[in-house]
Design a protein around this ligand. Structure first.
Ligand code: A2P
Ligand code: 11C
Length: 338
C-alpha cells in the first residue's frame, strides 16, 4: 500500500512543491528520499514533521525506491533516469528528455490517465510541460464535445518556470531598478523586470522556440490526434507564479460560449471564473498562485472566425503545471498498478 518515494531535484522550485503536495494530499509514503547535487547534499528539509537529509545523487542507491519523481533538469534525467530504472524504480520524469519517445506515456491526469498503464514499456512516465498541461486540462471537454481543428495560443509565463534562480532574479532586478541602479541579468539574456521576453528555451531550426514546439508536439501526443494544428507564441513576463494563456480554438462543429462555459464548469480540475460585469476573471496573483486548479475566464465566441472559441487560461505552473500532476500520476500508479 505504501511506497518508497524519491524526489530528485528536491531543493528546487518544483521539488520543494512536490514535497509540499505529497504532504498535503497524504500520499502513502513509506520512506521519502530527498536527492539533489553535491552542492546541497547534507542539507535538511522537513517532511511530515520529520527532518530529512538531502542526499548526493552520485552516491544515492535507487534500489531502495519504488517511485522516483525527477525534476532536476534534462541533463540529470538523461544520465540518471536509466540508472534509476535499472535499479528497479518507476520514474515520473518532469523534464522534456523522454516526452517525445513513442513508447513513453505522456500523461495529464484529467486527460489521458489510462496511458499510465504503459509505464511497463520502459519504466518511465513523462510529465508534460506546464504551458501544455493547463491548456489541455481546459480544452479536453471541448475536444471531447465537438473536436478541435486548430489552436492559436500566446502564453504569459511566470519566471518560476525557469527555476528558483529566476524567481530571485526578478525580485533582485525589481529592487535594483526601483533604487535607481542597473538591472543585472544572469538567468535571462535580457532584463525581465518591467519587461516581456518572447524567448523561452532553445531556438529551433523552424524559427520557433522549443517551448513553443513543446505545445505542438505534446498536444498531438496527449490528445492522440495529429490532425490538430497548433500556432504558439511563448512569452516570459515579470510574474512570479502562474502562467496565463490567451487561446483561440477553431472547432470542428459549432459550440456556443454558454455551452462551452457549462462544459468547463463540470470539468475535472477546472474552475470557471467568468463574470466580466462583476470584474470576475482569473489572474496569476488573485486566483492561480498556490492553487491546484486550472482557472478559465473570458469564454467567448471568437469574433474573427466561424466555429471559433476564445478563452483565457491561468494556472500555477509549479503546481498543476509540474509538481501536482507528477504526484497525481504517482497516486494513480500506486493505487491502480503497483
Ligand atoms: P542543488 O540544490 O543541489 O543544485 P530549480 O529548477 O529550482 O533550479 O532546481 C533544480 C534542482 O535540480 C535542484 O534541486 C538542484 O539541486 C537539482 N540539480 C541540479 N543539477 C543537479 C545535478 N547535476 N545532480 C543532481 N541534482 C541537480
Ligand atoms: C518554463 N515551461 O516556464 C517551462 C518550464 O519542459 O518542463 C518547464 C520546462 C519543461 O520555462
Amino acid at each position: 500500500e505504501k511506497a518508497n518515494v524519491a524526489i530528485v531535484g528536491a531543493t528546487g522550485a518544483v521539488g520543494g512543491t512536490i514535497r509540499e503536495i505529497l504532504e498535503e494530499r497524504k500520499f502513502p509514503v513509506d520512506n521519502l528520499y530527498l536527492v539533489a547535487s553535491e552542492r546541497s547534499a547534507g542539507e535538511r528539509l522537513m517532511f511530515n514533521g520529520k527532518s530529512t537529509m538531502v542526499q548526493n545523487i552520485d552516491e544515492f542507491d535507487f534500489s531502495q525506491v519504488d517511485v522516483a519523481l525527477f525534476s532536476a533538469g534534462g541533463s540529470v534525467s538523461r544520465e540518471y533516469v536509466p540508472r534509476a530504472v535499472e535499479a528497479g524504480c518507476i520514474v515520473i520524469d518532469n523534464t522534456s528528455e523522454y516526452r517525445y519517445d513513442d513508447d513513453i506515456p505522456l500523461v495529464v491526469t484529467e486527460v489521458n490517465p489510462e496511458r499510465i498503464a504503459d509505464y511497463t514499456n520502459r519504466g518511465i512516465i513523462a510529465n508534460p510541460n506546464c504551458s501544455t498541461m493547463q491548456m489541455l486540462v481546459a480544452l479536453k471537454p471541448i475536444q471531447d464535445a465537438v473536436g478541435i481543428e486548430h489552436i492559436n495560443v500566446c502564453t504569459y509565463q511566470a519566471v518560476s518556470g525557469s527555476g528558483q534562480k529566476a524567481v530571485e532574479e526578478l525580485a533582485k532586478q525589481t529592487a535594483e531598478l526601483l533604487n535607481g541602479r542597473e538591472a543585472t541579468a544572469k538567468v535571462y539574456d535580457k532584463q525581465i523586470a518591467f519587461n516581456v521576453l518572447p524567448n523561452i528555451d532553445d531556438m529551433q531550426d523552424n524559427g520557433y522556440t522549443k517551448e513553443e514546439m513543446k505545445m505542438v508536439w505534446e498536444t498531438n501526443k496527449i490528445f492522440e490526434d495529429d490532425s490538430i494544428s497548433v500556432s504558439p507564441t511563448a512569452v516570459r513576463v515579470p510574474v512570479f507564479y502562474g502562467h496565463s494563456e490567451a487561446v483561440h480554438v477553431k472547432l470542428r462543429a459549432p459550440l456556443a460560449a454558454v455551452q462551452a462555459k457549462e462544459l468547463l464548469s463540470n470539468a475535472e480540475g477546472v474552475t470557471v471564473v467568468d463574470d466580466m460585469i462583476q470584474l470576475d476573471y482569473a489572474t496569476p496573483v488573485t486566483h492561480a498562485s498556490g492553487k491546484n486548479d486550472v482557472f478559465v475566464s473570458r469564454i467567448r465566441e471568437d469574433v474573427g472566425m466561424e466555429n471559433g472559441l476564445a478563452l483565457w487560461i491561468v494556472s500555477d505552473n509549479v503546481r498543476k503545471g509540474a509538481a501536482l500532476n507528477s504526484v497525481q500520476i504517482a497516486e494513480i500508479l500506486v493505487k491502480s498498478y503497483l
